[in-house]
Design a protein around this ligand. Sequence first.
Ligand code: PEP
Ligand code: MG
Length: 576
Amino acid sequence: MKTMLKGIAASDGVACGRVYRLDEPDLHVSQQTITDLDYELNRFHQALEATVSEIETIKTRVNKNLGADRAQVFIAQMAMLKDQDLVGDVETRIREQHVNAEFAVALVSSTVEDELAELADNPYLQDRLTNWQTVAKRLTAHLLGVTLPDLALVNDPVIVVTHDLIASEAVAVNPKQVLGFVTDAGGRTSHSSILARSLNIPAVVGTQAATHELADGDLIVINGTQGNVMVGPTADEVTAARQTMAQRVKNQRRLKRLTHYETVSQDGVGVTLAANMGTVTDLPRVMASGAEGIGLLRTEFLYLDAQHLPTEDEQFAIYRQVLETLGSRPVVIRTLDVGGDKTLPYRPSQSEANPFMGARAIRQSLAHQQVFRSQLRALIRASAFGHLSIMFPMIATLDELRQAKAIYDDERSKLTAKRVPMGKIAVGMMVEVPAAALLADRFANEVDFMSIGTNDLIGYTLAADRTNQNVAYLYQPYHPAILRLIDNVISAGHAAGIPVAMCGEMAGDPIALPLLLGMGLDEFSMAPGSILKTRQRISQLDAHELASLAETTVNSASTSQEVVTMVQAAVPGVLK
Ligand code: PEP
Ligand code: MG
């Protein structure tokens, strides 16, 4: 019988395909005493062979689909399986301690972890630890007779279904392989949803029941615009879904003619439309999107999609590549924002009861200055190759801003003394903590620009975790309190003579657009796939008329619904 699962519309579009469950099976092992040692050693060797052949298959696929660079890590993993020290250690434990093979693997893992934890700052050893953990997990799965899912092992494109796509998995998603994704948990601005939008893949999150209701191979239709999942569609429904998919491609093609146009309202007010970039693989999409620059480069991908903390030179190469590709177009690169729903797989942080309110973003950078300084040096060096601005995330106090700027100035002076070539760099901050939004006039005097991060600003203002589906109803972008804060930031920026941008998801939201234009926002930065549609909408809007709509809304609306009604009444035709 057909069922419909309801979730949160996380990334527009319709997709029809077979389910691929990405959740890890239970890999818990317990100790058993072994009497037939030959049998156990043989079992271990069989699992070893199966793991080698599995990693070989993954390596070949990744090499073909994503290139030799991405396949390198599997060569290192194969080497671990042939490492006589590690393999020999497992064998010795089976033989001498008479324990089962999976338990012996777990014992070796914890020894390796203990030894390497002491040397956590060495990138080579971090790689070695992560590789061993990965192969140990595969070995254990084979020994337990369970399958460890891996998108690289899938032959046809699938719809990924998982409890929650963690950021380090999401950055590895290959859009050729993944038609869409559905999760139990999460919200519209969870980082996995943001990634789906940047890849232009439909997504429904926060369904609560997807992993309970859906099995591998089920045929489903997901609608990421409405936030629903149809399980077991009829032939007619599949045809209808395919037509919607084709229509979307046609619409996008039609908008292409706006790619090289400037962004100007009907009454001649120009604004900048920039792209948000979450992984370096977004670069071709950004270049084809019609963006006038990059308004937010989230540098986390460099740290998440790696086995170790990236070195200064590794970062420099990537920043340089982005800046050179963008040429004269401006690029705003944000310093590292880990914590919250983005944890580094190779650098387990202390678990926190409220990670979004914990040691995140600039707080981590100021606490781990070596990492921060190395990122700043890489950025300053890369500035010679394009038009760079740097911004700091999660600034809550002037002290934090001043400290971050002082460290930046220090690194800049040291590089200047060494005659390292560099360009002119604007230094700005994200306004995403209500305290900073309220005090925007004070901050505005100390930065070159401000960029409003509504994803967090909404969450913190309404005290509703952006990734928690239980409070998704409270996560309200059009809440009058949010509009007042945004209006305050824009006015404060303009009074101080600096530009104000928005790089939260609200910048690409059609209902918010007339209000933001009316408030005088200078730059809208959004998923590349939303740029042309937004350019078209702006060309149909009158910015001067919208200034009074924004003013009335900020001054008189009391609820989100009132705001929506006012916008719909003022610009009915533009929101389609
Ligand atoms: C934001 O908070 O709006 C933002 C752009 O930052 P992130 O989504 O990466 O937290
Ligand atoms: Mg943020």
